[in-house]
Design a protein around this ligand. Structure first.
Ligand code: GLN
Length: 185
């Protein structure tokens, strides 16, 4: 199995390291040809607007094609924004693929970064989670399964082989969420 990490910007190395610790072969993806023989893709946290601009052209089209085709993808934080079907203040999704609506940077400046422990369905009740200027999920469609909530708000969800988290599992030493994604592929 080989899992790609979208390498345009953001927490790329940390995801590569987490997958490596699980013994999964990885490849940093920056071009369309780098998708060859990949089994899944992680879209890291960073800046969703910057990533969408850097992906303009063929790469964006290929990412859209793959997400529409049900290719296994895991978006964390900005990656979740890329995969959301609706983004507050935008007419179109960036890639789309999971039936949720998100608002960017909705947690406000004072609490814009924090660490907590979450109960995640199918994983455990003590999963560490780092939130950094996290997107806020404002709607969850009927075919989306919410796997974790924080203060009542969905922070991790799945639809088919698409997984999203508004936090950063790659910034902790806990590998369970990456293992869960690899298990979905
Ligand atoms: N707020 C960022 C965005 O809008 C996401 C933050 C993150 O990925 N840590 O893209």
């Amino acid at each position: 199995m080989k899992v790609g990490v979208l390498g345009l910007q953001g927490a790329v190395r940390e995801h590569v390291r987490a997958l490596g610790r699980l013994g999964v072969e990885t490849r940093v993806v920056k071009t369309v040809s780098a998708f060859d023989s990949l089994d899944g893709l992680i879209l890291p946290g960073g800046e969703s607007t910057t990533m969408s601009l850097l992906a303009q052209g063929g790469l964006l089209e290929e990412l859209r094609r793959l997400s529409a085709a049900g290719f296994p993808m895991f978006g964390t934080c900005a990656g979740m924004i890329l995969l959301a079907n609706e983004i507050a203040g935008r007419k179109e999704p960036i890639l789309g693929g999971i039936d949720i609506a998100v608002a960017r940077n909705a947690s406000g400046r004072q609490v814009d970064s924090f660490e907590t422990v979450l109960e995640v369905e199918g994983i455990g009740s003590d999963v560490p989670a780092v939130f950094i200027r996290a997107p806020y999920v404002t709607r969850v469609g009927p075919s989306v399964r919410v796997l974790a909530r924080h203060q009542g708000v969905a922070v991790m969800a799945r639809q088919g082989k698409m997984l999203v988290a508004s936090f950063h599992p790659e910034l902790t030493e806990d590998l369970r969420i990456h293992r869960y994604f690899v298990g979905m592929i």
